[in-house]
Ligand binder design. Structure first.
Ligand code: ASP
Length: 410
């Protein structure tokens, strides 16, 4: 008889629970040092592999995203309106995420972790905004890659992506090289992510053994913070824009978008939800040629849920690391998370890899990611649900802006 393989999310949940239980046992038995010496290294190997992915994934996925946005020239005003809607709502999402995370943080709900003896949780010495601005621009492409200087890698991706679009037909070879290299790194990413149960188990045991049971309450709080952000964004930004620009009432909007939202919540993939989103948008009254353009582009580059998650998680992990972020650094988080969400693929867990990029850009130790890695699926369900809701709302608004009529279908 053929044995059915356990799905990755199930493996991760089991690893998480096993890690928490063993961590609690080690905490109460005073074996925290043992976990630091013998379990944490396995988690570190996994995090190192994630770090290794960050530069190629960011570079290739951002260039790929820009190439896919390049088509907007062909579709003229629809393209620009769509991208404007995506960028404005994503920037608002980042601000909502940051404000909420700061409220939670200000209320003392995010913990400062006790530093384990071997921890290297040091933030970049806080530069002022102008210094950071200058440092974003690379003088040497390779040194940006070697040092994983993420702000510079983003600028390089924007320049190369823009160059490919400007070169038109002549860049066809580079275009197909990018998509083929991206397909390769995507496979490598899938392999590394398949190792995550080992990383989650090792790191969770170590975190709970060194920090005690309180850390579990903090995880529940950071999840709550992100979900409040998702809900505010859906209700205020999406249903408001659907009403104000397309004349669709909030109730009708959420009823119509419901099936796609539920599918996204369970599948955690905007790309896989695409056929359902298309049906929902068309039923709500979007014009078919507009939704055929907006939705696939949205499933690739419009990720407001991911942006909220990245902002909340960055503030949470900065606080855990004992790093106090200045207003200037928060502005950089908004810019980086907006770009990171554009670079995020519409597949399960992709936002987490991009979170590694935001953390690296902010000088926060990527190892900290393991604190929330085990519950990433729970974040991912909400953020994917929000991501597809934004695409549907956008297709309705653009239909109206293009002078079309919203004609709901039965
Ligand atoms: N799973 C998300 C999506 O498909 C991306 C992410 O991980 O943030 O939209």
């Amino acid at each position: 008889m053929e044995k059915k393989k356990m799905s990755l999310p199930t493996q991760i949940v089991i690893a998480l629970i096993a890690g928490i239980i063993l961590g609690l046992i080690c905490y109460f038995a005073g074996l925290a040092d043992f976990t630091a010496s013998y379990l944490k290294p396995f988690g570190t190997i996994f995090v190192n592999l994630l770090k290794f992915l960050v530069v190629p994934v960011v570079l290739l996925s951002m260039i790929d995203g820009i190439i896919s946005m390049g088509d907007m020239k062909k579709v003229g005003s629809v393209g620009w309106k769509t991208v404007a809607y995506f960028l404005v709502t994503t920037a608002i999402a980042c601000i909502i995420g940051l404000v909420l995370a700061n409220i939670f943080n200000g209320a003392g709900l995010f913990p400062v972790l006790q530093k384990a003896a071997d921890a290297e949780w040091t933030g970049k010495t806080s530069q002022n905004f102008m210094d950071t601005l200058v440092a974003m621009f690379p003088s040497n492409m390779w040194s940006a890659f070697v040092n994983a200087d993420m702000l510079q890698v983003i600028i390089i991706s924007l320049l190369l992506g823009g160059g490919i679009l400007a070169a038109g037909e002549k860049a066809n070879v580079v275009k197909s090289f990018v998509s083929s290299a991206y397909a390769v790194i995507d496979k490598v990413m899938t392999f590394i992510i398949s190792l995550s149960p080992i990383g989650v188990f090792a790191m969770m045991t170590w975190v709970v053994a060194t920090q005690g049971p309180n850390i579990l309450g903090s995880l529940a709080l950071v999840l709550l913070c992100a979900y409040i952000g998702y809900i505010i964004h859906a209700v205020v930004v999406y249903s408001f824009s659907a009403k104000a620009f397309a004349g669709v009432s909030p109730l009708t909007f959420f009823k119509g978008a419901g099936p796609a939202m539920i599918f996204a919540f369970t599948s955690t993939s905007s790309a896989a939800t695409l056929p359902v989103s298309k049906e929902c948008a068309d039923k709500l009254g979007a014009e078919e040629d507009i939704s055929s353009f907006v939705l696939p582009l949205g499933a690739t580059v419009n990720m407001d849920g991911t942006a909220i998650y990245q902002c909340v998680a960055t503030i949470f992990l900065a606080t855990c690391s004992g790093i106090h972020l200045t207003i200037g650094q928060m502005v950089i988080i908004v810019v980086t998370a907006t770009l990171a969400s554009i670079g995020t693929a519409g597949t399960p867990g992709a936002g987490m890899i991009m979170l590694a990029m935001v953390l690296t850009a902010m000088g926060i130790d990527v190892n900290m990611i393991m604190i929330i890695y085990g519950v990433d699926r729970l974040f991912d369900m909400g953020r994917t649900c929000l991501n597809v809701t934004g695409d549907i709302s956008c297709s309705l608004c653009v239909t109206k802006w293009e002078g079309g009529k919203i004609q709901p279908k039965a």
